[in-house]
Write a protein that binds this ligand. Structure first.
Ligand SMILES: Cc1cc2nc3c(=O)[nH]c(=O)nc-3n(C[C@H](O)[C@H](O)[C@H](O)COP(=O)(O)O)c2cc1C
Length: 193
């Protein structure tokens, strides 16, 4: 018999990202592990909520641009750090070496193997949080995490998975099966496993 924990969010682990902004003329970064994917078409949109008490919000609202960076396991300390301290009282602009794409207010982290430049699409004023919806303008990927077909291989990215219950970062495990594929045998068998 399962135990009812009440309205506990069980949507974990989630991907840990670092969102980059420019606030008061300086790059600023914060950890964000609650990122939503809106669609798979063109253009592509993503969303996340930032507590209104944080410093990063004003940079996104002012410039309508930001970056979403995917850190590897090797960046666990820096990722946690930018999720612990606020740009309100700590300058985080020199934590990472940076590069830029086409958007001047979307600082990209050199050490992150996957980085996305985003343009703000819309903002939802949601109680304690600003929910930002961004359009992905460009995604830059380190060649060493690309497959021969030019796809991102997340087993090579080694992302940090955020576990809110355990309050810890988990590693990605091995492949279990191919999507839209392993279910085909069951489909053929008329819905029997
Ligand atoms: C792993 C992790 C995930 C986080 N995810 C979120 C999130 O999704 N939304 C949010 O508002 N804060 C989140 N935080 C907290 C912010 O990153 C943190 O408060 C940060 O210091 C805010 O920085 P800023 O004030 O410079 O913007 C997270 C922190 C950690 C460590």
């Amino acid at each position: 018999m399962k135990k009812n924990l009440g309205p506990v969010n069980g949507l974990y682990p989630s991907l840990t990202t670092i969102v980059g902004t420019v606030v008061n003329g300086k790059p600023n970064f914060l950890a964000i592990a609650h990122v939503g994917i809106f669609n798979h078409g063109t253009p592509q949109y993503l969303s996340f909520g930032i507590n209104k008490a944080h410093y990063s919000n004003q940079g996104i609202i002012e410039h309508k641009e930001f970056s979403v960076n995917i850190p590897s396991e090797a960046l666990v300390v820096e990722t946690d750090y930018v999720g612990l301290v606020s740009g309100k009282n700590t300058d985080k602009s020199a934590v990472f070496e940076l590069h830029y794409g086409s958007l001047a207010h979307a600082p990209l982290i050199v050490a992150c193997p996957v980085v996305m430049e985003c343009r703000l699409h819309s903002t939802l004023d949601f109680t304690s949080h600003d929910v930002f919806v961004g359009e992905i303008v460009a995604t830059h990927v380190a060649p060493e995490v690309l497959t021969a077909e030019g796809k991102i291989d997340f087993t090579l990215v080694k992302p940090l998975l955020f576990d809110m219950q355990g309050v810890r970062y988990l590693a990605l495990g091995p492949e279990v099966g191919k999507c839209w594929n392993v279910g085909k045998t069951m489909k053929k068998a008329g819905g029997r496993p």
